[in-house]
Design a protein around this ligand. Structure first.
Ligand code: SMG
Ligand code: MG
Length: 372
């Protein structure tokens, strides 16, 4: 495959409501789309990094820089043997930067699949044509506001509720949601690393509420701490930030640091590594689910395809477009009976809407293509 042109489109998409987590509040989705042009097809992908290095060490300006100076030159140096399955190996000498690697590999994979008329779902091994949708609910100013939001999502048909938590906003909101909506609601919490192992006794107070899991309670590098916490609480421990590769997943599983894994393709450097994590987890009897980074349709589409693989047995943060955006950059993903349809068209199966893209574009940059 020959790459003729690589373009970055920075976009800013307003959120329908602010989204607050233990590390900050987002009012808009700021990202860039990577467009890879080949003689036969165009590939598109969405960068999951934020403007600020808070969820992880990556952030948008750094992603652009590492793509321009280190990742694109290495991929171009592959010459005629360039293809999505060669990308990870070519980029391996560059330490870290999984989200920058993910956006490049995904755009190349999209172009390749479009060229061959194959969908992400078919390519990755999807076994379902629709996936159950969960929703991630931000930290709110009050319990009544939270109950109103959760009630609205349940009315829309969401199959699972995830509450963002932090010290001071954990047991009370969980108890209130259980009391109002009952024990049958699939409910889980996500701390984004806001606790310490010394909080174990406090976190055990969540045990009576029958949560599906607690996601990333401790810092991302604290695998041993998660293993110790898992021994001290009943709620299953799920890892998000800590897992950046199939090797990480194997280590965490072997050390019993988690009994569930959140797979985000961006966090692990792409869909091929995401599938490897799926396979490692499946071989060990560990269920997985697909995480989200508030993606617009460009990034949501391949996530929905991934979520259709066999070991994605829990509903993911694969919500409808309307969860975040009044106007998506693609045709919106719409809930049908609490599910999203797995796209079937070539590549991601979705196309950017040119007028909307123009309206929401903040700036555009081309990346030089000469190899070093
Ligand atoms: O895409 O619905 C989504 C977001 C789901 O909570 C979500 N993501 O830690 O899992 C997580 C967070 C990371 C992004 S918060 C800005
Ligand atoms: Mg998380």
């Amino acid at each position: 495959m020959k790459i003729e042109h690589i373009e970055l489109r920075y976009v800013r998409i307003p959120l329908v409501t602010p989204f607050r987590t233990s590390f900050g509040t987002s009012h808009a989705k700021d990202t860039f789309l990577l467009r890879v042009v080949t003689p036969d097809a165009e590939g598109w992908a969405e960068c999951a990094a934020d403007l600020h290095p808070l969820y992880s060490a990556e952030f948008l300006p750094a992603a652009e820089l590492v793509l321009r100076d280190h990742l694109v030159p290495r991929v171009m140096a592959l010459g005629p043997s360039l293809g999505a399955e060669r990308v990870r190996g070519a980029l391996a000498p560059v330490t870290g930067h999984p989200m920058a690697k993910h956006v490049l590999e995904t755009a190349i994979l999209d172009a390749e699949l479009r060229q061959h008329g194959l969908s992400f779902g078919r390519y990755l091994g999807a076994v379902r044509d629709r996936v159950p949708a969960g929703v991630s609910v931000g930290i709110m100013d009050s319990v009544p506001a939270l109950l109103e939001a959760v009630g609205g999502y349940l009315d829309e048909g969401y199959r699972r509720i995830k509450l963002k938590i932090e010290p001071g906003w954990d047991v009370a909101p969980v108890r209130a949601v259980r009391e109002r909506f009952g024990d049958d609601v699939m409910l889980q919490v996500d701390a984004n690393a806001a606790y310490a192992l010394t909080d174990a006794r406090h976190l055990a107070r969540l045990d009576p509420f029958g949560l599906l899991l607690i996601e990333q309670p401790l810092p991302e590098d604290d695998i041993r701490g998660h293993a110790e916490l898992a021994r001290q609480i009943v709620t299953p421990v799920c890892l998000d930030e800590s897992i950046t590769s199939a090797r990480d997943a194997a280590t965490a599983i072997a050390l019993r640091a988690c009994s569930v894994i959140n797979i985000k393709p961006a966090r692990v450097g792409g869909y091929l590594e995401a599938r490897r994590i799926h396979d490692v987890a499946e071989a060990n009897g560990i269920p997985v689910w697909c995480g989200g980074m508030l993606e617009c349709g460009v990034g949501r589409a391949p996530n929905v395809a991934l979520a259709a693989l066999p070991n994605f047995v829990l509903p993911g943060d694969t919500s409808a477009s309307s969860r975040y955006f009044a106007q998506d950059l693609t045709e919106p993903f719409v809930l049908e009976d609490g599910h999203l349809p797995v796209p079937t068209g070539p590549g991601t199966g979705v196309d950017v809407l040119p007028d909307v893209l123009d309206e929401l574009t903040v700036s555009t940059a081309s990346l030089p293509l000469e190899s070093t």
